[in-house]
Design a protein around this ligand. Structure first.
Ligand SMILES: [Zn+2]
Length: 212
């Protein structure tokens, strides 16, 4: 294993630890992957708690999901990850998690209003919700496919979140920001009895100019 692959493995394990410690998954939920060189991908193994796995347990797969190295089975959602890499050459890491509040929003049929929060709008952008699909089947990538282009994150009805990034940290931190925002939305709902208004188009344009 070269130093680049070791760094990729350490990044994926870093995200697994953050997901578990932050309550964004439970037990063996969720999966994390990143691109390696030459059409190969590193992905978490199936059925292992993310708080416990180490760098040597990660699986290397090809763009068809064939295992190149690793003793376990790749995550059952590997098709979802491979779909993202196929559709988005700019994406180098993918995180699928089961964040409680973001998932609750899909249960309550409340779309995630990214345009309420300047920081979320800038760092994530609009977040669509994909219809329900049976986990671990081809239905999951099919349900998400229409939303992958042009978005950095998608919510999966009854199932959780998908976030993408130029590296593992960006994919993870996009999720962390969204779940944090969902906590504010819930508090606003409890305190004010309704969801907050989105920023106006003028404010969004001012934001774009300020940070471009
Ligand atoms: Zn899942």
């Amino acid at each position: 294993m070269d130093s680049k692959e070791l760094k990729a493995r350490e990044d994926v394990i870093w995200a697994c630890r953050k997901l578990a410690a932050g309550g964004l998954i439970a037990a063996s939920d969720g999966n994390v992957s990143c691109r390696l060189a030459d059409g190969l991908y590193l992905i978490t193994p199936s059925g292992r708690p993310k708080a416990e796995i180490d760098v040597h347990e990660l699986i290397v797969v090809t763009d068809t999901g064939a295992v190149v190295s690793g003793s376990g089975r790749p995550s059952s959602e590997f098709r979802l990850h491979l779909l993202v890499y196929q559709k988005r050459p700019d994406v180098h890491a993918v995180v699928h998690a089961h964040p409680p509040l973001l998932t609750a929003m899909t249960l309550a049929h409340v779309p995630f209003p990214a345009d309420v929060f300047p920081e979320v709008w800038l760092s994530v952008g609009p977040v669509p919700t994909a219809p329900y699909a049976t986990p671990s089947t081809d239905e999951v990538p099919r349900s998400v496919e229409p939303y992958v282009s042009g978005h950095n994150a998608v919510l999966l009805t009854r199932h959780g979140s998908l976030t993408m990034g130029c590296d593992v940290r960006q994919a993870y931190y996009r999720l962390e920001k969204m779940e944090h925002a969902a906590k504010s939305l819930l508090a606003a709902w409890v305190l004010g009895g309704r969801l907050p208004d989105p920023l106006s188009l003028e404010e969004l344009e001012r934001l774009r100019r300020a940070f471009s």
